[in-house]
Design a protein around this ligand. Structure first.
Ligand code: B12
Ligand code: SF4
Length: 502
């Protein structure tokens, strides 16, 4: 048996692949096992680069835990962040703790359950996580290191000791954990008793440690939490905290040093950076993006989520100025952004407890307000990926009809609308196809008519921005068109079945 490292940190292939862009990661993670796994793995999840028995890229959450352990007194020789392929060499007689990060250990995330309901199979992240745990279980048999699960999906199995046992997990750390990760790991190394489930700790007033190695897809946090309180969201009650410019710039520099030039600025509400409560601060965001753009070698800057209420607080000229800084050399390039609409019905919006995020002045109906903001974003060359939640308790036919008309009214815009099936955050059963009515399918199909038109175009645009070689681009496009055909037939079939159901 080899020596291994005392502390091994790892994550499955969906989180350690060498994606060029955030969009690649999103695309890969939203696949289901009904697509040929070997082809997907090869095409969508290129194996991450490695050096000195460690992975070059790892999910940001795991990088923060690594940084917290080093800040908490562990030495770089004691802690190794590795990919699945490196586990056999990393786990050995010295190994005492194996830390695993996952966003989807049980496949309960809303996006995953939507994809499996429509496309069949199991969610890729869940399947890959299962494969990783089997690998750890096999290698750990003669080592008996303690296995600790953390990450944004840890809550999914925290209350399920049987599932943990089945997966070979001894402890679950839930939530952000920079503050107590080192203490928990130290106790485990000393073989002191540690509860099965530990609540992670972090203190916004104490600095979040800059990462020590590159993050998958060049992601760096600019804000953490959200605090707008939507009842269906896991971070609805975590107040938004903005990271200082120095930490953000340091994280970008660490990625650049590993050859990752594209940056993804993460926040649940990009346009709220530097703001207080729900109030945006355009000057602060402009200063941040300007500073990142000034760092030599920074390529395409991507963003992730935003809220309508924050977009509304920006002038058109400010939206455009930020777009141009993000896009860099080619200002004609589109910058995609996820943005929550959830429903076009004011009644339902109130009922699902999303009123705070949808705050707006005046009495403009929510659907009209969203349409206006989406058009402003499109005008400034953003590509909105709007989300709708389908099947929330209390939803009526009139809400669905209103939302359907709303989707159809956007046919002249360059955007996508993604319907996600409601899944309760308490881990209760997500909605499945048998509970969807014909009107649900009519709405889902209207959304995908837009998506089939524009998503392949967006992906092409993004890949060109990232300099993906032509042959790979063409192969992926072919695969994409195949998937569009498959999904068109699946949607038509689900709709037909729902209509025949009594
Ligand atoms: C970037 C991103 C992605 C990227 C990369 C994911 C990653 N984990 O790096 C990609 C595109 C691949 C992705 C995919 C998915 N994502 Co995502 N993603 C995000 C996003 C925007 C940022 C993640 C991040 O870097 N956060 C910052 C870091 C510092 O926080 P963190 O990862 O939570 O890490 C902290 C703790 O969790 C903990 N921790 C993390 N790892 C470990 C390990 C150990 C051992 C310990 C002790 C602690 C620990 O300590 C860290 C520091 O405090 C978040 C939203 C958000 N703002 O967090 C959604 C989010 C994590 N994603 C989410 C979802 C649902 C998914 C998908 C399931 C969607 C899908 N099917 O397509 C997949 C799952 C992929 C997977 N295998 O986990 C949900 C998770 C909620 C849930 N599962 O219930 C989130 C919270 C979005 C949301 N608001 O709903 N995602
Ligand atoms: S605005 Fe988005 S991130 Fe914030 S609580 Fe609502 S759904 Fe969650």
């Amino acid at each position: 048996m080899n020596d291994g490292f005392p502390i091994v940190l790892t994550a499955d292939r969906t989180l350690t692949a060498d994606y060029r862009l955030l969009f690649d990661g999103m695309l890969a993670a939203s696949q289901t096992t009904s697509a040929p796994p070997a082809l997907l793995e090869w095409l969508l999840m290129p194996r991450g680069r490695r050096a000195g028995g460690r992975t070059k890229v790892a999910p940001l959450g795991l990088r923060r835990i690594e940084a917290a352990l080093l800040a908490g007194g562990f030495s770089p020789e004691e802690v190794a962040v590795v990919s699945e392929e490196q586990l056999a060499a990393a786990i050995g007689r010295r190994t005492r703790v194996i830390g695993v990060s996952s966003g989807e250990p049980a496949g309960l995330g809303m996006n995953s359950s939507t994809m499996t309901t429509i496309g069949g199979g199991r969610s890729y992240p869940e399947a890959m996580f299962g494969r990783l745990m089997r690998c750890i279980h096999r290698l750990n048999r003669d080592v008996s290191a303690k296995v600790v699960l953390g990450g944004p999906g840890a809550w999914q199995i925290a209350d399920d000791p049987r599932k943990c046992q089945e997966l070979g997990i001894d402890h679950v750390v839930s939530g952000y954990a920079e503050e107590n990760a080192a203490a928990v790991f130290r106790s485990l190394l000393r073989e002191e008793p540690v509860p099965r489930v530990v609540t992670g700790g972090w203190n916004p007033a104490v600095t979040i440690p800059p990462i020590r190695g590159a993050s998958t897809m060049g992601v760096v946090e600019i804000s953490r939490g959200c605090g707008l309180g939507c009842s269906f969201c896991t971070i609805g009650r975590v107040p938004m905290t903005h990271l200082p410019l120095q930490t953000i710039a340091a994280d970008v520099e660490t990625n650049l040093a590993s050859g990752i030039s594209h940056v993804a600025l993460l926040s649940e509400d990009f346009f709220r950076y530097g703001g207080i409560g729900g109030k945006a601060n355009p000057d602060s965001l402009l200063a941040l993006v300007r500073q990142i753009r000034q760092i030599p070698q920074v390529g395409f800057i991507q963003i992730d989520h935003a809220s309508m209420a924050s977009v509304a607080q920006y002038e058109d000229s400010q939206l455009l100025a930020i777009h141009d800084l993000l896009a860099g050399e080619n200002t004609q390039r589109y910058v995609w952004v996820n943005i929550g609409v959830e429903t076009a019905s004011d009644r339902l919006l109130e009922q699902i407890g999303a009123a705070a995020k949808c705050k707006r002045s005046g009495s403009e109906p929510w659907g009209d307000f969203c349409r206006r903001q989406l058009r402003r974003l499109c005008q400034a060359r953003y590509f909105p990926l709007a989300s709708l939640i389908v099947g929330v308790p209390g939803e009526r036919d009139e809400d669905l009809q209103e939302t359907l008309r709303w989707v159809e009214s956007l046919a002249d815009q360059r955007l996508a609308v993604f319907p996600v099936l409601y899944a309760p955050v308490d881990g209760g059963p997500p909605l499945d196809a048998s509970r969807l009515r014909p009107l649900h399918w009519a709405l889902i199909r209207a959304c995908y008519r837009l998506n089939f038109r524009w998503v392949p175009w967006l992906y092409r645009d993004q890949q060109t921005a990232a300099g993906v070689p032509r042959l790979r681009r063409l192969t992926l496009q072919l695969l994409g068109y195949g998937q569009v055909l498959q999904w068109k037939s699946l949607l038509a079939w689900h709709h037909w079945r729902a209509r025949r159901r009594p």
